[in-house]
Structure formats: structure tokens, C-alpha cells
Design a protein around this ligand. Sequence first.
Ligand code: S3P
Length: 172
Amino acid sequence: MKIFLLGYMGSGKSTLAKALSIQKKLPFIDLDHYIEQKEGQSVTEIFKKKGEIYFRKQEITYLNELLNSEKSFILALGGGTPCYGTNMQNILKASKNVFYLKYQPQTLAERLEFQKQNRPLIAHLGNEELLDFVRKHLFDRNPYYSQATHIITMDNLSEEQALETILSLISD
Ligand code: S3P
């Protein structure tokens, strides 16, 4: 079984995927970490030294490697993963268990204020610009994110509630 968590930066994909992996007794993979291991450098370094287009190409390659494997896993995608190439189509072909962790832009901007530094797309933004950036970016990405088989409205859910909700929706 392959389970996918997608959503904007700061939406807690990795944290929830880890908790799910314990409950479902399935390995947890964070796509950003997978890329970092394969490339031998951090996402920030890849963006800085090779640029975003290179990062997106590698992201597509490593996602396909995971999609084409026989392995079961819970995969936390990068925030942009569903929005490039045919990634979202390929993810939906591979699984019915595709969850979008949806937050209001305001909540995301607040969550991201303290975790910008390792995220090259927003690291340079001041907190005032952040909300506007997130609003526009989410608007652009919504057509991809909203194709997920399940949309979990996260703003008023605790981590436990989100976990229970996802567990109740997972199908074999
Ligand atoms: C990105 C999100 C990041 C990482 C890269 C680009 C994006 O992942 O893949 O910095 O385009 O939204 P997280 O969502 O895990 O921060």
C-alpha cells in the first residue's frame, strides 16, 4: 500500500506521515530527505548551486522511482511536488490514498514564520510579505492539490484528530 500526504510548506506532512507510519506499520519516507540523500546535498544547497529547474527534474525522477517500486510506504511529498510535470496524475494512478492537508493561508503564514530558513522559496521573505506570497502561491497550486482523493481541512484539528481522520479514510 502506498499512502501520500501533500500540502503546502508548513502543513505538517512529515509529522503526520511519521505518526501514520507507526499506526499502519509501514515505512515513512520524506521526499525532500530522499532527494537530499540521493543527491548528497540539502534542498537549500541544490536550489542555490543548481537552481530550481534542476531540483524539479530530480524531484520528478525520484518520485517516479518510488512510484514504480513494489514497496509499501507513507510518503510525505514536497510542497511543490504535485504541481510539476505529470506528478499528480502519476500519484493518483498509484494510489487511492492521497491526502491533501489543507490550511487557510493565514494559518500557513503563521506556521511558516518560524520555519522559513530551510525553505529556499520563502527564506528571503519578511513576515509581512509572507502572507501575500502564500495566498498567491496557494491559489496557483490549488488546482493540483484539490485533485487529492481526500481533502482534510486542518485548521481546527489537533494532530491526533487529523491522524484519526486520515486513518478512518484509508482504503486497501
Ligand atoms: C517546496 C517545498 C519544500 C521543498 C522545496 C520546495 C515547494 O518541501 O520541496 O523547498 O515548492 O513548496 P516542504 O513542503 O516539505 O517544505
